[in-house]
Write a protein that binds this ligand. Structure first.
Ligand code: ZN
Length: 274
């Protein structure tokens, strides 16, 4: 009976707030050594670390969502990209990482569940750099797509975007990076010399206002599910299917996603830890 009441109470609490679920309500990171568990679309995270809200060359956005946790390697990777940005590129606006124990988010992402994913805005503009106590919840990422040409907006795109994408792709922990196909097309067109890094830059729906960096499964995480291997080559000859359709800005409400893989039973213990 008690359990029934507890379930009912939880159900009512969830109904009252569509922006919460059991994972977003978790009280904070678990103890224990860092471990990414399961698939990025059905997994969780032990021993997460919180990204400091401000650091050299970066600022975290949407602090009210509290999606600022990741595997320590993700935190270190973001800091290192921030230091790169600080050398003349501007300021990284860091969007969502994951929640304190990972897991599915009540809104906004299908992946980001194992502490290995982060969204980084294409806004590098230093003048928007705010102090920690100022509200950044209303600042929106801007799209790099042109509203008229079905290509990039060259008033907004510049070489610094290519430099930070290359730095992210060449980071030793990076598995892949998702960007809008028109951004990949631009990188394919303009890259001279070494093109190896282009392989990790993957065209995907939307991603016109941010790039999504996903790290490879760390060696401390044996139950982390590896992503399908990326085809060989720079991928520049595989863009036609993407580019033949009109570019689409990110919709407010995303279409329903395909069925998810099952979450590993290990995650139940992660959620249950006090
Ligand atoms: Zn993302």
């Amino acid at each position: 009976m008690l359990r029934f009441i507890a379930t009912l109470t939880l159900g009512l609490a969830l109904a009252a707030s569509a922006k919460a679920n059991v994972w977003s309500e978790a009280s904070g990171p678990t103890g224990g050594a860092p471990k990414a568990i399961g698939d990025t679309s059905a997994g969780c995270l032990q021993g997460s670390k919180r990204l400091p809200e401000d650091g050299e060359g970066y600022m975290a956005m949407h602090l009210e969502r509290d999606r600022i946790y990741g595997h320590p390697r993700l935190i270190d990777t973001i800091k290192s990209l921030g230091r790169r940005a600080a050398r003349g590129l501007g300021i990284l606006h860091v969007g969502d990482l994951g929640m304190a124990r990972g897991g599915p988010m009540p809104f906004g992402h299908r992946s980001h569940q194992t502490g290995l994913d982060v969204d980084v805005w294409f806004d590098l503009h230093p003048s928007l750099h705010l102090k920690a106590n100022q509200d950044r919840s209303n600042i929106k990422a801007f799209s790099l797509l042109s509203p008229v040409s079905n290509g990039l907006n060259y008033d907004l795109w510049d070489e610094n975007h290519a430099i930070i994408l290359k730095a992210a792709a060449q980071h030793p922990e990076a598995d892949r990076i998702f960007v809008n196909a028109r951004i990949k097309q631009e990188l394919c067109r303009t890259t001279q010399g070494d093109r190896d890094w282009l392989r990790k830059i993957r065209p995907w729906f939307y991603h016109e206002d941010h790039f999504h960096l996903r790290l490879a499964c760390p060696d401390d995480s044996p139950s982390c599910v590896r992503q399908k291997a990326i085809p060989l080559g720079d991928g520049c000859d595989a863009l036609d299917g993407w580019l033949s359709k009109p570019s689409e800005p990110t919709p407010q409400k995303k279409p329903p996603a395909p069925p998810k893989p099952l979450m590993p039973p290990e995650c139940r213990a992660i959620l249950a830890e006090p």
